[in-house]
Write a protein that binds this ligand. Structure first.
Ligand code: SAM
Length: 248
């Protein structure tokens, strides 16, 4: 074990004020910060001027740095600095590959601490003013990802996901939205199940599409929603009027 520590810090869903006080304190004290695409400029502005700052997000909009290289980089930085922050959008352990990084660090004998963040699902929905669960409307919520790996077909358990009484949140679902919609309907989810697609949630660029599950892919395409986009399928999307929210 080295004397170094690597903090895996959740930066929250977009709005910089939705990051934890602990996460922000660690960013301000960091000697080196490794960050990706979903971390806001306002949070990056808090990195000390003399700290090393390393971007490992998508390069040129498409190509991502392989996860093994990021893991090796973190181990390497822990050998050079006593205090390293790995900043990730949302929560580091929700579809963020944070545990893979933690495992690589642990295997290399580096101390790791995970600092939770508000994940996109809870941050965006509560930020809009809509619940993910509501008595008599949605008695549960499921988070799934539509990203299964490069060139790997989307294989989700559609029968179990097609439950109209459970809110379904799909991360990384934009590219596969037509398939998600048609497979859920084929598995028995009502075609008119209320659905949302939220682009750049909790930021001042936030855009929301609301329609039926069947029509969501076309609306999202027509409105040219930009990533990141979160898909939320469930009756909770229809509670806006009772909650005094204007969505459309
Ligand atoms: C690689 S995952 C990271 C999730 C992150 N660890 C979290 O807990 O929110 C990225 C996906 O999260 C969702 N996402 C994250 N931030 C978002 C935002 N501000 N607006 C909409 N979707 C967002 C999108 O589905 C995006 O494709």
């Amino acid at each position: 074990m080295t004397d170094s520590i690597v903090y895996l810090v959740g930066a929250g869903p977009g709005d910089p004020e939705l990051m934890t006080l602990k996460g922000m304190r660690l960013v301000r004290q960091a000697e080196a910060v490794v960050y990706d695409r979903l971390v806001s400029d306002e949070i990056l502005a808090e990195i000390p001027k003399d700290a090393a700052r390393i971007y490992v997000g998508k390069q040129g909009g498409t190509h991502s740095i392989p996860q093994a290289e990021i893991n090796a980089l973190l181990v390497d930085l822990a050998g050079q600095y006593s205090n390293v922050v790995r900043l990730k959008g949302g929560d580091p352990f929700v579809f963020g590959r944070g545990a893979e990084e933690a495992m690589a660090l642990v295997a290399a004998g580096v101390e790791v601490e995970v600092v939770p963040g508000i994940t996109a699902a809870t941050g965006i929905m509560s930020g809009i003013g809509l619940p993910l669960t509501h008595r008599g409307v949605a008695n549960g919520v499921r988070f799934v990802t539509a990203q299964c790996g490069k060139n790997v077909p989307l294989e989700l358990n559609w029968d179990s996901l097609a439950d109209p009484a459970t809110t379904l949140v799909v991360y990384m679902g934009l590219a596969k939205l037509p398939e998600i919609s048609s497979k859920l309907i084929a598995a028995g989810m009502p075609a008119d199940q209320p659905s949302l697609a939220i682009s750049q949630g909790t930021t001042d660029r936030e855009r929301i599409c609301r329609t039926s599950l069947k029509d969501l892919p076309k609306l999202v395409k027509d409105k040219a929603l930009e990533p990141p986009v979160l898909i939320v399928i469930g009756q909770v999307a229809n509670l806006s009027e009772d909650l005094g929210i204007t969505l459309d």
